[in-house]
Write a protein that binds this ligand. Structure first.
Ligand code: G6Q
Length: 552
C-alpha cells in the first residue's frame, strides 16, 4: 500500500539541502524589486508564461528569478512529486490515515480507460453512474419525471454540506449561463433553519425535487435538513408516503442509510470511498449540476477536468501549470511568510469560486503533521480568500496594495464575455491588467511628486509595488474551462501537499466537528436541568441559553 509513500519520509537529507538553498536564494531575491527583474530581462513577461489545455498562466509578476524556479523545481523532484503523481493516478492508497485511494481523476477518465483499485477497474462503474445520472437528468429536464400529483418538476433543491454542497453551488453559479432557466435550483446546507425556510419559500411541494447529497448519509446537518424537507414535502402532498419516491433522490456511498431514511435505493446515485468530499463535484454529487446544465455540458466539464489531469500527469514540471502554481505558493508561504493567498476571479459567474477553493485548499493542506505523524517543520496551507473583481477593488485591495502584509494573488480572467454588453468587458479586463501592473510596479515618490502632489501627501500616495500575482487567462468560461480550472487548483494543492509531505486527503478536523455538538444537544434539550461537566465558560453559556429559550 504505502510502498511509494514510505520512502519519501526517509528522504529529508537531500530535501533539506534544497530548502537551505532556497533560503539563501530568498535572502537575495527578497531584496530585488519586480521592476528590476523586468528591466533586466525584457522578455520576462513572455518567458515566464505557460499555455496548456487552453489556459494561459502568466507567472512573470512573481518575486522569483530563474534560479528560484530551478530550486523550486528541484524541491518538487526531491519531494518525489513524480512518484506521488503516479501513485495517485494508479490508485495507490495515498490517503494513508484513512487507508484509501485518491481517485477523483477516475471520475473524469474516458470510458475506455482502466484505473484499478484493489485490482478492480473502477472506470466502467463511473460511467454507468454517469449514464444513470444522464437518464435521470434528461427525464427531469424534459418533464418526463413527474411529481406525485403529475406536475412537472420545476424546483430542484440540493441538501448537503461541505464537499456535498460547495462544489454543486459553485458549479451551478459558475455555469448558470448554460443552465435550464425554466427551473429553479437552490441549495440548503446550514443546520440553521433559516437556510431551509428561505430555500423553499414560495415553492410548491408538488413541483419540488430534493437531492439529498451525503457521502456518509449520517451528517447531522444534512440529515436534519432532509427530515425537515420530508415533512415539508409530505405536508404539501397529502401526507402520502408514496410521494417520497417522486420527490426525493439520494447521492451517497451508504445504501443502508439511504434505505433507512426511506429513499428507494433505485433512486440512489452512488460514488465511492476513494472520492473525497471536496473532490466530489464531478461525481454523482454533481447531480444537481447535471440537471441544471444537461448531461452534454456536464460531460464537457469532465472532459476539461481530464485534460488538466493529463497535463498534470505528463507535462514536464517546468511547463506544468499546477506544479508551477503549487511551488510558487510554497515559496511565498514558507520563505516570505505569507499567511494568506487571494483568488480574484474577474468573472461574476465565479462568485462562489473562492469559497469553493477555501475548502479545497484549507481542508486539504491545513495539517500539522507529516505522513509519518511527525510535527511539520514548515508552515503548511495558507488561508485562501477572495471575491470577484472589480468589487474587491473597492474594499480590501487597499490592504493588498498598501498594507504591511504580502498577499500573493491569483487573477482569473476570460477573453470573451458570456454577457457582452457595450464596453463592459474591455473595462473589466482593463482592471485586471491594471491591477496586476500596479501591484507589481507600484508608484515611486518621484512619480507621485511629478503629479503635483504636495510633499506631506506623498508618502500616503506611494505604492511600493513588488506585490506578486499570477494571471490566468482563458478564452471563455465554459463547462470545459471550469473543469480545467478546478483541476488546476486540485493538482496545485496536491503538489504542495507532496512538498510538505502531509496527507492532503484526510480531514480529522472536520470529523471532530461532526461529534462535538452531540454531547451538548441533549443538555440543551433536556426538560430537567442537566448536570454540566464542561469548563465554566461552556457551562454558563449552556445555562444562559436554556434560560433565554424558556423566556420565549
Ligand atoms: C470534505 C469533507 C466534508 C464533507 C462534509 C459532508 O472533503 O469530508 O466537507 O464533505 O462533511 O459529508 P457527507 O457528504 O458525508 O455528508
Amino acid at each position: 500500500m504505502a510502498a511509494r509513500v514510505q520512502p519519501l519520509t526517509k528522504r529529508p537529507a537531500s530535501k533539506r539541502s534544497v530548502w537551505s538553498a532556497l533560503a539563501s536564494d530568498y535572502n537575495k531575491v527578497s531584496k530585488l524589486h519586480l521592476h528590476q527583474l523586468f528591466a533586466g530581462d525584457p522578455q520576462r513577461g513572455e518567458r515566464m508564461a505557460v499555455e496548456a489545455v487552453g489556459l494561459y498562466l502568466d507567472y512573470s509578476k512573481n518575486r522569483v528569478t530563474d534560479e528560484t524556479l530551478r530550486l523550486l523545481l528541484r524541491l518538487a523532484d526531491e519531494s518525489g512529486l513524480r512518484e506521488r503523481i503516479d501513485a495517485m493516478f494508479s490508485g495507490e492508497k495515498i490517503n494513508i490515515t484513512e487507508k484509501r485511494a485518491v481517485l477523483h481523476v477516475a471520475l473524469r477518465a474516458p470510458r475506455d480507460a482502466s484505473i484499478l483499485v484493489d485490482g478492480k477497474n473502477v472506470v466502467p462503474e463511473v460511467h454507468s453512474v454517469l449514464d444513470k445520472m444522464a437518464d435521470f437528468s434528461n427525464r427531469v429536464r424534459i418533464g418526463a419525471w413527474k411529481g406525485h400529483t403529475g406536475k412537472q418538476i420545476r424546483n430542484v433543491i440540493n441538501i448537503g454540506i461541505g464537499g456535498s454542497d460547495l462544489g454543486p453551488v459553485m458549479a451551478y453559479e459558475a455555469l448558470k449561463h448554460y443552465s435550464e432557466r425554466a427551473m429553479n435550483f437552490r441549495f440548503v446546507s446550514n443546520i440553521d433553519g433559516t437556510d431551509f425556510a428561505e430555500a423553499v419559500r414560495g415553492l410548491d411541494p408538488a413541483e419540488t425535487l430534493f437531492i439529498i447529497s451525503s457521502k456518509t448519509f449520517t451528517t447531522l446537518e444534512t440529515m436534519t435538513n432532509a427530515r425537515t424537507a420530508r415533512s415539508w414535502s409530505l405536508a404539501g402532498l397529502g401526507n402520502d408516503e408514496t410521494s417520497v419516491a417522486k420527490h426525493f433522490v439520494a447521492v451517497s456511498t451508504n445504501a443502508a442509510e439511504v434505505a433507512k431514511f426511506g429513499i428507494d435505493t433505485a433512486n440512489m446515485f452512488v460514488f465511492w470511498d476513494w472520492v473525497g468530499g471536496r473532490y466530489s463535484m464531478d461525481s454523482a454529487i454533481g447531480l444537481s449540476t447535471m440537471v441544471a446544465i444537461g448531461p452534454e455540458n456536464f460531460r464537457s466539464m469532465l472532459n476539461g477536468f481530464h485534460q488538466m489531469d493529463e497535463h498534470f500527469r505528463t507535462a514536464p514540471f517546468e511547463a506544468n501549470l499546477p506544479v508551477l502554481m503549487g511551488l510558487l505558493g510554497v515559496w511565498y508561504n514558507d520563505f516570505f511568510g505569507a499567511q494568506t493567498a487571494a483568488v480574484l476571479p474577474y468573472e461574476q459567474y465565479l462568485k462562489r469560486f473562492p469559497a469553493y477553493l477555501q475548502q479545497l485548499t484549507m481542508e486539504s493542506n491545513g495539517k500539522h503533521v507529516t505522513l509519518s505523524g511527525k510535527e511539520v517543520t514548515r508552515d503548511t496551507g495558507p488561508i485562501y480568500w477572495g471575491e470577484p473583481g472589480t468589487n474587491g477593488q473597492h474594499s480590501f485591495y487597499q490592504l493588498i496594495h498598501q498594507g504591511t502584509r504580502l498577499i500573493p494573488c491569483d487573477f482569473i480572467a476570460f477573453a470573451k464575455p458570456l454577457n457582452p454588453l457595450q464596453r463592459h468587458h474591455d473595462l473589466l479586463l482593463a482592471n485586471v491588467f491594471a491591477q496586476t501592473e500596479a501591484l507589481a510596479f507600484g508608484k515611486t515618490p518621484e512619480q507621485v511628486k511629478a503629479e503635483g502632489t504636495p510633499d506631506w501627501l506623498v508618502p500616503h500616495r506611494v505604492f511600493e509595488g513588488n506585490r506578486p500575482s499570477n494571471t490566468i487567462l482563458a478564452e471563455q468560461l465554459t463547462p470545459e474551462t471550469l473543469g480545467k480550472l478546478v483541476a488546476l487548483y486540485e493538482h496545485s494543492v496536491f503538489t504542495q501537499g507532496v512538498v510538505w509531505n502531509i496527507d492532503s486527503f484526510d480531514q480529522w478536523g472536520v470529523e471532530l466537528g461532526k461529534v462535538l455538538a452531540q454531547r451538548i444537544i441533549s443538555e440543551l434539550e433536556s426538560p430537567a436541568e442537566p448536570i454540566l461537566n464542561h469548563d465554566s465558560s461552556t457551562n454558563t453559556l449552556v445555562r444562559r441559553y436554556r434560560k433565554l429559550k424558556e423566556q420565549q
